[in-house]
Design a binder for this molecule. Sequence first.
Ligand code: ACO
Length: 324
Amino acid sequence: MNIRSVIRGVGAYLPERVLSNDELSKTVDTSDEWIRQRTGIARRHIAAANETTTDLACSAALRALEHAGISVDEIDLVILATTTPDNTFPATATRVQARLGITAGPAFDIQAVCTGFIYALTQADNMIRLGQAKCALVIGAEIYSRILDWEDRGTCVLFGDGAGAVVLKAENGNGAEAGRGVLSTTLGADGRYYDSLYVDGGPATTGTAGFVRMQGKEVFKHAVERMSSLVAGLLEDQGLTTDDLNWLVPHQANVRIINKVGEKLNVPPEKVIISVEEHANTSAATIPLAMNHAVERQLFKPGDLLGLTAMGGGFTWGAALIRW
Ligand code: ACO
């Protein structure tokens, strides 16, 4: 059988506490004007002291399951993309699995920083196509507020906490919904850029969690190039052009990166999903958060072609074409 993975539901969760640029500028030498102008970010959400990545992931996953109309009994794969696991081990995905009452199939974390969701989606899609899973929860969840140096204005203003999830289900690619689902994915990495964006801690180095360190301009340049060329490549492989693309759903790091990716691909702004203003860069969670933003506004119509694209620490990168 020609198996395709179809997105059945999308959900998201943002912690209750909102930290606006103005509030942030009371403790950090920055301003609402600078942050908005350079990044398009207006506010970020901050997890409560007792909230964990599991909490955020479960809230998003439950909303995705509800949106899908699918019960946890059907889930036989949980993949969680995160840079901020609850503990060094086990995988936070196993805790999410237990909390949701799922007992079937594997559960594991993926660490590809801001590309994590695309890595997780690709893995889930491959396992579904191979018949190794029938219904997957693919989650991106992060608590960046715990790995930010709040005295480094070059990084702390950029990130926030949040989670997003999709339910991906195996469907007969020749059946009533032929043509829908994940059409193709692509992943890559170049570890020579490890030090351009990293966290200066870890269990095998300092024994502490560490803080985000970044060469902003270099990241910016690579993000624009990678995120645009990946989508162009996937479209070409499918015999499609950017005119065929209904929606570009880029990683939400910075509105200037997003706008430049749109310009390079010649995708008009009205076809580009932007939600970064509301939640800042939530790393592996930004793409499902952006998808949820679009779903809440009923932007995606059946048959629409979506191009997802991301780049992150490593450097890692990835993209996916999805027929809604
Ligand atoms: N508030 C006020 N001023 C600031 C702040 C701040 N928060 N941060 C830096 N500045 C100052 C700098 O000190 C510098 O001052 P100076 O000219 O007196 O030396 C000035 O602003 C310009 O600094 P630059 O670093 O040159 O600013 P730039 O225009 O490059 O913008 C930014 C910085 C926003 C980080 C940009 O490089 C960027 O967006 N890079 C991409 C980084 C990113 O999105 N990373 C996310 C993770 S990776 C990913 O998700 C793809």
